[in-house]
Ligand binder design. Structure first.
Ligand code: SF4
Length: 152
């Protein structure tokens, strides 16, 4: 069975910066077609939960109090990539807008909720390594490709 790396918060893990999750109803259905491999790069990089929110600013990741947490984000991304490679993963389903997992659009570094084009640190590294990244905002497309949506 094909393997799929998934942002752990989408599966209901309370690993977000605020100690909550972003569970997507029906996502468990993917387990019928994939071995699901949950990752939370921010936790894996050594950040606590809950934690101070951070956003990408240029090449760095800075938290709301001005601390540079780029190293933790890069460490978590590399660990997630290592897990993906060990499992020969071709595809990942990541939480949108996150400075780690976001694909295509992320928060713009002003901590106002404004968005900009770009990827989170982990999404960038996955794509650089040839792993196809989908965001949860594409989840219907993704699920449609993998399972019958009417079953959700
Ligand atoms: S790093 Fe990714 S998996 Fe972890 S809480 Fe943020 S969006 Fe979810």
């Amino acid at each position: 069975m094909e393997k799929l790396v998934v942002s752990a918060c989408l599966l209901g893990c309370n690993c977000r910066y605020d100690g909550k999750n972003c569970h997507v109803e029906g996502i468990e259905k993917l387990a019928e077609n994939f071995v699901l491999i949950p990752v939370c790069p921010e936790q894996m990089g050594g950040l606590s939960t809950p934690r101070i929110p951070a956003e990408r600013i240029g090449d760095k990741v800075i938290n709301r109090e001005g601390a540079d947490v780029t190293a933790q984000y890069q460490k978590g991304a590399q660990m997630a990539l290592q897990i993906a490679k060990i499992n020969d993963v071709k595809c990942a389903l990541f939480k949108s807008k996150s400075p780690s997992c976001g694909k295509g659009i992320i928060y713009d570094g002003t901590f106002t909720g404004a968005l900009k084009e770009g990827n989170g640190v982990t999404a960038s590294i996955f794509e650089e390594n040839g792993i196809e990244v989908y965001s949860d905002e594409q989840i219907c497309d993704f699920i449609h490709k993998s399972v019958d949506k009417s079953d959700l």
